[in-house]
Design a protein around this ligand. Structure first.
Ligand SMILES: Nc1ncnc2c1ncn2[C@@H]1O[C@H](COP(=O)(O)OP(=O)(O)OP(=O)(O)O)[C@@H](O)[C@H]1O
Ligand SMILES: [Mg+2]
Length: 244
């Protein structure tokens, strides 16, 4: 579904990624793990069109693609929940879920946003994640708690038809219950045929849902492990650069 070949990116003198090659298949969850600063978010940003690589070959469904902007990524069926996903503070929960892809209806010559048609999908998306603590979906997100805001950001991944979903530390700041629901969502996306890339600091989470685990260490690929053939100890050792 997605293949990123020989991806390199430096910020000034800092090498964020150095010749990294990873791929993820239809109906597969690839976990991306590594220490702070290992390059995980940089890779996610390159594939989602937020950051330009210095060098990379990117393929979607085997076709070479140039992902020059987030809009191009979306048009290729790539949906991303970024680490510290930005929400539009003054907009409410519904507006944030649909931001940039509001459902429209034609009324004469005017392209109108069909607000009512977004209410039900919002309720469904939140209930799928069992987000029950947001009392009013018309509340501006600026008034939500950190965990509620993160839940809204993650719920965006359940809307629309995407074939590649990138989740950069989606459960950070979420309760145990909400995190479990996000893991359910990941498994549902996989069952629906999506290719999912999950960046996570939680080895438990990784071993719960991932089919394969790619380990980054100082911007380099330190190994890719099939979950069925590895152990948490082996993965943690790779994360730490080969020394436990
Ligand atoms: N915009 C930027 N400008 C300069 N350096 C950057 C920038 N973004 C990332 N870096 C550097 O690139 C390296 C990789 O950062 P990245 O955010 O990809 O790491 P990460 O694996 O996602 O870490 P974390 O687990 O903390 O989220 C780090 O050394 C970081 O300081
Ligand atoms: Mg990161």
């Amino acid at each position: 579904m997605l293949r990123a070949v020989d991806v390199s990116k430096s910020y000034g003198g800092v090498v964020a990624l150095d010749g990294v090659t990873v791929s993820v298949c239809r109906g597969e969850v690839l976990a991306l793990v590594g220490d702070n600063g290992a390059g995980k978010s940089t890779l996610v940003k390159i594939v989602s069109g937020v950051v330009r690589a210095d060098k990379a070959e990117l393929y979607v469904l085997g076709n070479s693609v140039d992902i020059g902007s987030p809009a191009v990524a979306r048009s290729l069926g790539i949906r991303t929940v970024h680490q510290e996903q930005k929400l539009a503070e003054n907009l409410d929960v519904i507006e944030n879920l649909f931001l940039g892809e509001e459902l429209a209806r034609w009324t004469g010559p005017l392209h109108m946003v069909d607000f009512n048609s977004m209410v039900r999908p919002t309720e469904v998306a939140l209930s799928k994640l069992r987000i029950t603590t947001i009392a009013d979906i018309r509340t501006p997100v600026a008034r939500l708690s950190g965990g509620q805001r993160q839940a809204v950001a993650v719920a965006r991944a359940t809307l629309g038809q995407y074939r590649i979903v990138l989740l950069d530390e989606p459960t950070t700041g979420l309760s145990v219950e909400a995190s479990a629901r996000v893991m359910d969502m990941v498994m549902q996306l996989r069952e629906g045929g999506c290719a999912v890339v999950l960046v996570s600091q939680s080895i438990e989470e990784v071993f719960e849902v991932a089919d394969r685990v790619a380990v980054l260490h100082h911007g380099r690929l330190a190994g890719v492990f099939a979950r069925a053939e590895t152990t948490p100890e082996e993965v943690v050792t790779a994360v730490m650069g080969g020394q436990l």
